[in-house]
Design a protein around this ligand. Sequence first.
Ligand code: V47
Length: 364
Amino acid sequence: MDAYVEQAGLGDILHKIRNSERISREDGIRLYQSPHLLAVGYLANIVRERQNGDNAYFIYNQHINYSNICTNLCKFCAFGKDKDSAQAYEMSREEVGRKVRERLNEPISEIHMVGGIHPDLPFSYYTDILKEIKAIRPEVHIQAFTCVEIDHLAKLAGKPVGQTLEILREAGLGSIPGGGAEVFSPRIRQLTCEKKLSGEGWLEVAKIAHRLGLKTNATMLYGHIETVEERIDHLTALREAQDETNGFLAFIPLAFHPKNTQLSELGRTSGMDDLKNLAVARCFLDNFPHIKAYWVMIGPKMAQVALSFGADDVDGTVKEEIITHMAGAETEQAMSIDELARLIKEAGRTPVQRGTLYDVIKSY
Ligand code: V47
């Protein structure tokens, strides 16, 4: 395999990765541009196995999208709706509670809850829904509100982000999911999501959370109009932030789904691009403990293959996924623990059911 990587012109990067040396921006761009997918995957697999051995993680989680009403209306998003839209919805505190109660008989360890940037809901709504969930299911870890939502909540609370996070933590917030990062490039933000919090703003919220001891994830939405350079700049910003705070748990590349969006003329991502984004991220983000192949977006079969291309996590049972399905995802709404464990075993990895903070719940 080493000879093949040499022949692919990536011998110098192999040398760096073997010696745990950081790869450069130019190296990252070369990996993206290389047609030798197996060589890039091989490099990623070295880092993957060094960091996580044969373990492949999954979680028993529940997704709740409390409202799709959003003032940002990003061009790549099919989920967000104007508050006057016929498809707009918002859940009351009681409805959120009902969603949690409906599945009390399942061993769910994490509730993943995000929504849009709602123009009217008061700050107390957000603390109330956190408290409601905790009242019904005290042991569950709530991973909620993207950095974009947190910034909005701080404005609603009229308090600095740090104090806002303390209040949310008091109400039950356990950690922050990785959404809303999109691509940090001002060009991409201007063209696709001009009303959204800037990339710098997103990173600032994440770093404040980390300094308070709150872990967060990070994402990148790929496969629309971004360039390879913009992807690497996004990864560079994340790597630098992680050097500062060490508070990111996982990086999740999100495959763009065009249906029902304002970018619907674009096609779906290719299998090559899905694996490349995971593999390059694994090589580049040397300080991120985990790389997640989100099966909802790339499909369970691609997530399985991804476990040999840098990924060590496939997310979880999910259920009732709306954001990607509104944009045309054809994957199932949920997978069972047994299905996830089988998918991982068949990939030759060790299935590990984890808690949100990668604490081991059960190793198979
Ligand atoms: O913030 C929006 C993206 C995100 C589309 O932290 C789209 O573990 C693809 O962030 N096609 C929400 N993506 C999902 C998300 C996530 C999912 C799973 C796990 C974690 C985690 C985070 O989805 C949004 C946005 O960046 N998105 N529209 C679309 N059409």
